[in-house]
Design a binder for this molecule. Sequence first.
Ligand code: CA
Ligand code: CA
Ligand code: CA
Length: 383
Amino acid sequence: MHKPSFSALSHLAAAAVLAIATGSAWADEATGQFTGVGYGMPESATPLTGNNTAPANWRVTQGMLFNGVNFDGNVRIDFDFDGNVIGGFTCSGTLIAGGTHVLTAAHCASGVNAMEIHHGVYGGVSTGVQSINTASNVFVHPGWTGALSTGADIAIIRLSTPITGVTSFNLSTTNDVGKQFLMMGHGTTQVGNVNSATNWNDFGWAHYGYNVFDATGTSFLNAASAMGLPGLGTWSSTFGEEYIADYDGLSNGTGTSTDPAVRHNTLGRIVGLTSNQGLGANEALIAGGDSGGGDFVWSGSEWVLSGVHSWGWQFCGGRLTTPNSCDFGTANSSSWGDISGSTAVFSHVGWINQVTGVPEPGTWAMMGLGLAAVAGAARRRKA
Ligand SMILES: [Ca+2]
Ligand SMILES: [Ca+2]
Ligand SMILES: [Ca+2]
């Protein structure tokens, strides 16, 4: 079903301050300004996490708990594609249950030959840092070809040393469309109604925010296609689903097409999709450097890892423009009206469990029988 061309979507991996990516240029068609790692736009164009007030208000600070849970397991991934010098690029990732593996995006791990995992990062100080042997401990989804939106933008990193003493996260096994989620990442930042590029001015801190999964990649593309919206590209869900979310604006109470809650409700302006107008001051969108980071859904007793940040898209340009464009500003790739895509974890639970060595339920049952048999044998021997 879906897969916008590379010219439309933008990786959310981000180059750190000094690195310059080279290669064939591509960028968001509306502005030409979103950076894709290794694909050639200057880092000065890199956007960041968009929130509704100053990024400092959205820091994940040391000791901060969300429903009683710490997010030290929201890791920063520093990496590079050439040579062995760390620090050219930054992504995010999540420590998954067991504490021995991190889940991230394929475009944060494929072709990477130098990598460090930082956990518990506060004010630029990491609680723990470890280097990864990328030749043997990086597992990119076998369907990944470099194309965004085939549902394969996901990768697993096996840690050199298990991370203990912090919360690690179970995987969501359900389709979570319609649910509110908590997003985490170490990427760039900006305020959503400021028409300036996201930046690294608050680097050293992770940031958080909230949104709602409005649609799957399939339902989004089907609805946009039915409206005849141009430039949607070719998509495919061959390897799994994605979750799409929009960055809703704060209402000014007028209820008109100039009301941000209406105007920037991008997915609500697509016929057939949810008209959800967002979470008010808590609403946010991912940005460059947040790639690979997690979207978490509260199950009632725990935060489960539901999505892995993949891309951002200034979708409005040339599509939803009447009477007003849904994009607050084209200089800010994480502004009100922009949209994001995350790889849906439920599509990949089997593959993740296979790579990390978590047995399937049937295997558990067999192991249980085996253990019982061994125990029985031991008892007999003893007797
Ligand atoms: Ca939204
Ligand atoms: Ca919306
Ligand atoms: Ca924008």
